[in-house]
Write a protein that binds this ligand. Structure first.
Ligand code: PLP
Length: 386
């Protein structure tokens, strides 16, 4: 199998699995127990917290709160932050700001809050998927509770000017959250330099297992709890998923050590992929030409349905996607491409290719060799007959 869908999920690295195994065997103590078996797992959780904090350049390790996934981190940040700001100001701060290209975890939570009486401003993005900080400045005010703009987009890879957006928001007393699920481990992240209050990441996007995530919560920022309980310093209840947290820590340590090397590797693969792909007539590259993730590329292909192309490539043993995994199968054009102004018909002919630690130039060669005949074949099939 040629796996080129690392923005959907990544394989667990062998070093990560090795780090986890002891905690799935004898090291099963509850990290909240006072006896030695508990204290051993407590130490493992705290070591992992240090590794995650180092990847994000946190000032204090306890700014990392472990959660069950990136979606939970987003929800805790947005709902917890919005309600805290609302309560602290007796309802004066009741406006939220975001972008139209966010992941469904963010979009869904914003919709729920809107139903509960919050107002929502969605900032436009340009044709590359970039938010203009000037448009944020224009809507911010003393009523703004929280701003949430993603760091890197999961479909087209565009990276937002987070430091500028965060500075504008915090100058108005609003909390600033960013979803860094796709960027963590791929580009350097410095929460202090970015000046964010809240930043969400997820284990399975950076070679740790599924079902573990973290939320950076800047010291001093309070959140209304989602899952109640005393764990994670009263910020997220529930007995910690020790083995996965340990794996997550290890994966963050590896990602931090390999950031430069993997960036160079991804640039090489991406240049090869784009060069080969765009030689196929009727194709175009989406996303920002410079402000983007190096590990992925997103294409529009005229006269082809992206889902059909994914199936055709799957038959050749190649995994890529037509859009985010969580909405695969949907026949609607992606909300990200729609917000970027991509024509609805062209948007259905989308293909996202994303690589990771295990990807090779030979993988790209195999994909390119399979692509042209698959596209030509699909273009010959009369519309509506598949
Ligand atoms: N945010 C972004 C940008 C994502 O791409 C994803 C997953 O695809 C998530 C959040 C959700 O992460 P998780 O799958 O860990 O809930």
């Amino acid at each position: 199998m040629i796996y080129l869908d690392h923005n959907a999920t990544t394989p667990v690295r062998p070093e990560v699995l090795d780090a986890m195994l002891p905690f799935l065997k004898d090291g099963f103590g509850n990290p909240n127990s006072v006896y030695l078996a508990g204290q051993r797992t407590r130490k493992a959780v705290e070591d992992a917290r240090r590794q995650v904090a180092a990847l994000l350049n946190c000032k204090h390790e306890d700014e990392v709160v472990f959660t069950s996934c990136g979606s939970e981190s987003d929800v805790l940040a947005i709902s917890g932050g919005a309600w805290q700001a609302f309560d602290d100001t007796k309802g004066a701060r009741r406006r939220l700001v975001s972008s139209p290209i966010e992941h469904d975890a963010v979009r869904g939570q914003l919709t729920l809050l809107k139903r509960r009486g919050f107002e929502l401003d969605l900032l436009a993005v340009d044709r590359h998927g970039l938010v203009d900080p000037g448009s944020l400045a224009a809507v911010l005010g003393p009523q703004t509770a929280l701003v949430s703009v993603m760091h890197a987009n999961n479909e087209v890879g565009t990276i937002q000017p987070i430091a500028q957006l965060a500075a504008l928001s915090r100058a108005q007393g609003a909390l600033f959250h960013t979803d860094a699920v796709q960027s963590a481990g791929k580009v350097p992240i410095d929460v202090q330099g970015l000046g964010v209050d809240l930043l969400a990441i997820s284990g399975h996007k950076l070679n740790a297992p599924k079902g573990v995530g973290a939320l950076y919560v800047r010291r001093g920022v309070r959140l209304v709890q989602g899952i109640t309980g005393h764990q994670e310093k009263n910020r997220r209840g529930g007995t910690e998923n020790v083995a996965s947290i340990v794996g997550f820590g290890k994966a963050c340590e590896l990602a931090a050590a390999e950031l430069d090397a993997s960036a160079r590797h991804y640039e090489t693969l991406r240049a090869k992929l784009i060069g080969g792909f765009l030689q196929i007539p009727g194709t175009r590259l989406n996303g920002h030409p410079e402000e983007r993730l190096a590990n992925c590329a997103h294409f529009s292909i005229s006269g082809v349905d992206g889902h059909h192309l994914v199936v055709a490539l799957d038959l050749e043993g190649i995994c890529v996607s037509a859009g985010p995994a969580c909405s695969s199968g949907s026949s609607l054009p992606s909300h990200v491409l729609t917000a970027m102004g991509v024509d609805a018909k062209l948007a259905t002919g989308s293909l996202r290719v994303s690589f990771g630690w295990s990807s090779t130039e030979a993988d790209i060669d195999r994909l390119l060799a399979a692509l042209r005949p698959a596209i030509e074949k699909l273009r010959r099939v009369p519309a509506g007959s598949l």
